[in-house]
Design a binder for this molecule. Structure first.
Ligand code: CA
Length: 246
């Protein structure tokens, strides 16, 4: 699994260490910074998916750090670590482009929940992929073809390839049936049309299943009541391959 790095910009070492421990529990790799200048560099470290930012910092204050980060990384999620009662900071931070804030002191559970929520609603940078490989199975979008390890090949219809390509371009994001209709079919969604999407997804899943059933990669996950998303293993493969964090 690709390492998910989080920059922790906090000058109070006890708090910073506590946060880093929480992040490790949550499966993240913390990149620590004890002042504003180091914080900007930490946020720009390759592979950083989110920034936790204290506002009162030596060398460069949190608002300036936020501005610097926004110049180079306009969509990188930033959560502000704010002191209880510092309402103005919160408002100012959100106005300046922070994604959320947490009030100190917070529990690991609260912090990790906020991080997950922010990461979920941050639209994944669209990727342009020509092919994707997972569990030994390759999907070639240009040829609209599925290639199994035994070299068996199956053709995908334009719609099937379109659905998979769109999901692949949005790894980690739930895509609604309406959105698929709009983006793949090019039509304005109508609730009665959404069953057509389900039908194509069913066919697509069948085509992606190996003849001998030895390959059990879940290419497309159904998210109940919401839509579809790229299966977790495939999403990881896509993110590890061709979607470097700028
Ligand atoms: Ca501080």
């Amino acid at each position: 699994m690709k390492e998910r790095r989080i920059a922790v910009i906090e000058d109070e070492s006890a708090i910073r260490r506590g946060i880093c421990d929480m992040l490790r529990v949550g499966g993240y790799t913390p990149i620590e910074a004890a002042d504003g200048e180091a914080g900007v560099a930490a946020a720009r470290t390759s592979g950083v998916v989110l920034v936790l930012l204290d506002l009162m910092l030596p060398k460069m204050d949190g608002m300036q750090v936020l501005e610097e980060i926004r110049k180079s990384h306009p969509t990188l999620p930033v959560i502000i670590l704010t002191a209880r009662g510092a309402e103005n900071d919160r408002v100012l931070g959100l106005k300046r482009g922070a994604d959320d804030y947490v009030v100190k002191p917070f529990s690991a559970r609260e912090l990790l929940a906020r991080i997950e929520a922010v990461l979920r609603r941050t639209p994944a940078r669209p990727t342009v992929v020509s092919s994707v490989v997972a569990g030994g199975v390759k999907v070639d979008f240009a040829r609209r073809e599925v290639v199994f390890p035994n070299d068996e090949r199956r053709k995908l219809s334009e719609m099937e390839a379109g659905i998979l390509e769109f999901l692949t371009s949005n790894p980690g994001r739930v895509v609604t049936r309406e959105e698929l209709l709009t983006r793949v079919w090019g039509i304005t969604a109508d609730a009665s049309d959404t069953r057509a999407v389900d039908m194509h997804v069913t066919r697509l899943r069948t085509k992606l299943t190996a003849p001998d059933d030895t390959i059990t990669v879940e290419w497309i996950s159904t998210v109940r009541g919401k839509g579809y998303m790229l299966g977790p293993t495939v999403a990881e493969a896509v993110l590890a391959e061709g979607n470097p964090v700028p």
